[in-house]
Design a protein around this ligand. Structure first.
Ligand code: FES
Length: 585
């Protein structure tokens, strides 16, 4: 690789050819403010349309300023990042941007997390010198995501994420000149489009143009209602990220403090989605075993590969784009929905609570889980399995509102029996984890023996698509793990064209899996944060006494005393679902 030598602010910098000035400077410890630019190299995400011009720098010998985020370095180049002219122009650019931006920061969905706000603070903007005309667009709420297009600064990060990375292309620049905005086709509500609700657009939007639809008001009302019993479940990826909102490093397990904090919020039961994840494996591994054995017997129309169905954005993606693969999706409900069904049918009966008076709330790293909870397939006798979901970020806000400092909480435990879990459930929160958990159980069920090494290392990591062969009792299982919907689309096309042959495939819509979900604390493009959260879950798994779902004693008891056989009559009725062809809707 050819190395280029240049000077930035008088400092000699050496970087590979093709590097941008911005990246060379950042690598050398020289900070250049930037806004529209964002890059997550590890997952192939890059937004370098150079639309904001905050990152302008001066090059010796050039009579105009240039954007450092889109200009490659050249041999002998001399860059000045902070001359008076640069500072003045940057400030004017920022002031112009603010001139037509709404000034309602106090009630903005990204207040405190807005990158434009941070720039205004660091530039010490105290008054508006330019009175700009402001665009006016109504806020648009969907069950998962709220859009406030008036706040859009045309950075196009969401467009790149939705189109190039997720392969969905729902958000795109429309109109011309001053009126240009990023919008859906015909200004449709996201729910009326092919949007999967994954929330990755929310995760990268630097301002308040996209944010999660807030359910905390609903929750506060329910918690105050003496006629309601309100219980909560916590997804695995939440516990290794919620600490970030209180200044803790990503990946640190906050489970024990979190359970106490949730009890202080006033929940009548604090449970673990992990319990339901272990049940998911009981059902999904049973399904996979049945399909594989049927296929080995030569039965026709066996739907393989089996696709995991825990990720609601992925499920919606299939329903909208590839309904011909609907029957390949595992019919097992996601852990969120399995928990809700068990809470409303099993736990409510045990506690003699009318399920109509029981409010089941979930805390999820994901915006699509709000949508999933609202799907009508998950309503029985007029009662939803899960009433609503709140994201990790919403929970962080709520705890602060209630003056509950997570860090000061004494350690507590989840309530039983729906709070018991194995390490297999913890890894559901990272890419590859669901398949690894299923493989641990399936291996033992097929071999009737004990698995010596529980770590299926080839399924781990962050490569877009990872494949492996697992040999058990002479059967060769071909499996794949995919993260990111764009990558999933490519794999589906391969399978459609007869080029990919697998028995099971795990797909997670978000890069890194749920730890990188659209409802997690903002990582502002630093994928290392997502990796640390994934490592955190792995550490929890390693330290669990039991690491295989079928060994969870409370799950065993549930099947023995209530459900009967996995995928048996009652289990199928409560814990399985069906999918809808939404392509033509
Ligand atoms: Fe370079 Fe926006 S960050 S133009």
């Amino acid at each position: 690789m050819k190395m280029i030598r240049l000077k930035i602010d008088g400092k000699l910098v050496v970087a590979p050819e093709g590097t941008t000035i911005l990246n060379a400077a950042l690598k050398a410890g020289i900070y250049i403010p930037h806004l529209c630019y964002m890059e997550m190299k590890e997952v192939g995400y890059k937004n370098d349309c150079a639309s904001c011009r905050i990152c302008v720098v001066q090059i010796k010998g050039m009579n105009r300023l240039i954007p450092s985020c889109s200009t490659p370095i050249k041999e002998g180049m001399e860059v000045i990042t902070n001359s008076s002219e640069v500072m003045h122009k940057r400030r004017v650019v920022l002031e112009l941007m603010l001139s037509d931006h709404p000034k309602d920061c106090l009630i903005c969905g990204k207040n405190g997390n807005c990158e434009l706000q941070k720039l205004a603070i660091s530039f010490g903007i105290r008054e508006m010198r330019f009175a700009g005309k402001e665009g006016k667009h109504d806020k648009q709420h969907s069950i998962s995501i709220t859009r406030d297009i008036t706040k859009c600064i045309m950075c196009r990060r969401c467009e790149t994420m939705c189109g190039d990375i997720q392969g969905c292309g729902i958000l795109t620049g429309v109109d011309r000149g001053f009126n240009v905005i990023v919008n859906t086709a015909f200004n449709k509500n996201l729910l009326e489009t092919n949007c999967t609700m994954c929330g990755q657009c929310v995760a990268v939007c630097p301002v308040g143009a996209l944010y999660e639809t807030d359910n905390t008001f609903k929750l506060v009302e329910d918690l105050m209602n003496p006629k309601k019993k309100v219980i909560v479940q916590v997804a695995p990826a939440v516990r290794v990220a919620i600490g970030e909102l209180f200044g803790v490093a990503p990946g640190i397990d906050m489970t024990k403090k979190l359970t106490t904090a949730l009890k202080r919020l006033g929940f009548d039961g604090v449970f673990d989605t992990n319990f339901a994840a272990d049940v998911t494996i009981m059902e999904e591994a049973t399904e996979l075993k049945e399909r594989i054995l049927s296929s080995l017997k030569g039965e026709k129309d066996v739907k393989l590969p089996l696709f995991t169905s825990c990720c609601p954005a992925w499920v919606r993606f299939v329903e909208l784009n590839y309904p011909e693969f609907r029957d390949n999706l595992s019919t097992t409900k996601s852990p969120q929905q399995i928990f809700g069904a068990l809470a409303k049918e099993f736990w409510a009966k045990e506690k003699e609570i009318d399920k109509k008076d029981l409010v089941c709330v979930s805390i999820m790293p994901c915006t699509a889980k709000k949508y999933e909870a609202s799907r009508e397939e998950f309503v029985r006798d007029g009662v939803a399995d899960v009433d609503y979901s709140i994201t990790t970020r919403e929970l962080g806000r709520l705890l602060k509102q209630y003056n509950i400092n997570l860090l000061e909480m004494p350690e507590g435990e989840f309530d039983l029996p729906l709070g018991e879990s194995t390490g297999a459930a913890d890894i559901f929160g990272r890419t590859g984890g669901v398949l690894e958990a299923a493989a641990r159980t399936l291996y033992e069920w097929i071999s009737n023996g004990k698995l010596e090494n529980l770590d299926f290392v080839p399924l781990r990591g962050f490569e877009e698509v990872r494949t492996a062969e697992i040999e058990v009792e002479g059967i060769n299982l071909r499996v794949a793990v995919v993260h990111g919907l764009g990558a999933a689309r490519k794999l589906l096309e391969e399978i459609k064209n007869g080029r990919g042959h697998f028995d099971a495939i795990e797909v997670m819509a978000c890069k890194g899996g749920c730890v990188g979900g659209g409802g997690q604390p903002y990582h502002h493009g630093d994928f290392e944060i997502v990796k640390k959260r994934a490592e955190g879950l792995q550490v929890i798994d390693y330290h669990k006494e039991l690491r295989e779902s079928h060994e969870n004693p409370c799950v065993i008891d549930l099947y023995e005393t209530y459900l009967g056989e996995a995928n048996g009559e009652l289990a199928h009725k409560l814990l399985h679902t069906h999918y809808i062809d939404r392509k033509n809707k």
